[in-house]
Write a protein that binds this ligand. Structure first.
Ligand SMILES: Nc1ncnc2c1ncn2[C@@H]1O[C@H](COP(=O)(O)OP(=O)(O)O)[C@@H](O)[C@H]1O
Ligand SMILES: [Mg+2]
Length: 466
């Protein structure tokens, strides 16, 4: 009997065993392997997310029993989504249980439709074969179509041979590209069904599928914005449930409401912020790995000013600020201030792209003023009329409403339960970034972050002494 069939049977019996091993491996980090190179870099830098792992581990344990519904994580850029889902991939790999992980990231580069189908299939098949044969290098370096076919021949896996031949023939003869894509994206579900296996299909930054894929070979004209629809029924698969992420809430929600029926993807809350304790752990971890001197007091201060935002923390510890000194309060304040307000700082640069993309659509002063005001008073909801009164805006209420809708669509503010209520995002980092960007332009005075940071640190010191 070919090894492949044996492996499949072995896996079936092992579903219960895998549940136990899943629990065990959570406690036995030393057994973790990292065939998927994580974007975070050194794996030990990853901290926390305990609550999220608890919830996800239960969900993963139910996949073999076909009880797990597809999930979606929507959280703004740099909130730790990739770090989290890549860790789930490596966790499943290390457990070597009944759930085979597949990770695919939709990139921010233009691509011709059939090339996407081939890329997707190659990565899927390589990760699948890697898992079955325990060959980590195939995760790092996917097999070519020909190599996949060879594997199919040697292990007598006819569907692999058929799929590859279909992809090669159709690309060469310019045949039906729709069918190529259909074959690629349905592969995890089809294989799961044929061999009674289970997959987890992780699709990172899913919204880009509607923006960067072209039907035109030279990627000219308009992108095909309908591709997300291919997942319409696949998202319901209990054999190969999906774990989707997206950084642009409105964009992704629109895609979901257009192409997936309500409730097909269960929306999971995911905060960009770690808990206070996890944040502190991140400070120590980054400082240790990057050999950056800190003290117990400044560790607390960094965590406080960065609001336990792991990306913010990493930017401060790795900051290029020339006079960086993270062993004194003043040094911490200056470095945090540098990261938030100097254009070339890592933190600022990363946010600049996000802000450019979203705020470009909001390029009038009134809208910026509204945005800033809502961000500052993010504990209250506002109607257009209330904003008009409080900000003395020289606009009709319906014009204010239109600006509010644009801001909402750009994920910069939230809409309340009633249609005319709006509120700023309760996202401390984003609010700091926005204030840095607009406060001077609107109020003609630049924000004095250093003073505010010093006050926060004084409060923290006072609290710790009590
Ligand atoms: N749990 C975590 N522990 C430590 N650092 C983290 C964690 N989550 C995120 N980070 C830091 O934040 C950065 C951005 O995270 P990432 O997962 O790429 O965000 P997203 O995918 O949401 O844009 C990471 O490169 C890492 O430096
Ligand atoms: Mg990401």
């Amino acid at each position: 009997m070919p090894i492949f069939t044996l492996i499949c049977q072995e896996r079936l019996i092992s579903s219960e065993r895998s549940r136990i091993s899943s629990l065990l491996s959570t406690f036995m980090n030393q057994n973790m392997q990292y065939p998927l190179t994580e974007k975070i870099g050194e794996p030990a830098l990853f901290v926390g997310r305990e609550k999220e792992f608890n919830s996800f581990n239960k969900w993963l344990a139910n996949i073999p029993k076909r009880l797990s519904k597809s999930r979606v994580i929507i959280a703004r850029r740099k909130s730790g989504k990739t770090a989290f889902v890549q860790r789930i991939f490596n966790q499943l790999w290390s457990e070597n249980g009944a759930v085979i992980p597949f990770y695919f990231e939709f990139g921010e580069n233009k691509m011709w439709y059939p090339n996407l189908a081939i890329k997707y299939y190659r990565i899927f098949a390589s990760q699948y074969i890697a898992f079955l044969t325990r060959t980590p290098k195939l995760i790092k370096h996917p097999l070519s179509l020909e190599q996949i076919r060879e594997f199919g021949v040697s292990e007598a896996i006819t569907p692999l041979i058929d799929d590859v031949e279909f992809l090669i023939q159709n690309k060469e003869v310019g045949g039906s590209h729709d069918l190529m894509w259909d074959l690629a994206c349905s592969a995890p579900h089809r294989f799961a069904d044929l061999y009674d296996q289970r997959f987890l299909v992780i699709l990172d930054e899913f919204q880009y599928i509607t923006y960067y894929i072209y039907r035109n070979e030279n990627c000219e004209g308009k992108p095909d914005d309908t591709l997300a629809g291919s997942y319409h029924s696949l998202s319901e698969s209990k054999l190969a449930p999906m774990l989707v992420t997206g950084s642009y809430a409105n964009w992704l929600l629109k895609i979901m409401s257009k192409y997936f029926e309500a409730g097909r993807l269960k929306h999971i809350r995911f905060s960009p912020y770690l808990t206070k304790d996890e944040g502190l752990q991140a400070v120590y971890q980054y400082a240790q790995f990057y050999e950056e001197p800190i003290t117990n007091d400044t560790a607390l201060q960094i965590n406080e000013l960065c609001m336990a935002d792991p990306f913010f923390i990493s930017c401060v510890i790795l900051s290029e600020y020339e006079e960086k000194d993270l062993t004194s309060s003043e040094g911490v304040i200056n470095t945090v201030n540098y990261e938030i307000s100097v254009e070339t700082a890592e933190m600022c640069q990363n946010w600049a792209t996000y802000i450019e993309l979203t705020v470009a659509r909001v390029n009038n002063l009134n809208a910026k003023q509204i945005l800033l005001y809502l961000s500052k008073h993010n504990d209250r909801y506002f109607t257009p009329q209330k904003l008009k009164d409080e900000l003395h805006l020289d606009l009709e209420t319906n014009e204010i409403y239109q600006q509010l809708v644009i801001l909402k669509e750009a994920d910069l503010i939230q809409q309340g339960i009633s249609d005319i209520q709006f509120r700023g995002l309760q996202d401390g980092t984003l609010n700091l970034v926005l204030r840095n960007r607009f406060e001077e332009e609107i109020k003609t005075v630049a924000p004095n972050f250093k003073k505010e940071f010093a006050e926060e640190i004084a409060k923290l010191t006072h609290k710790n002494r009590q």
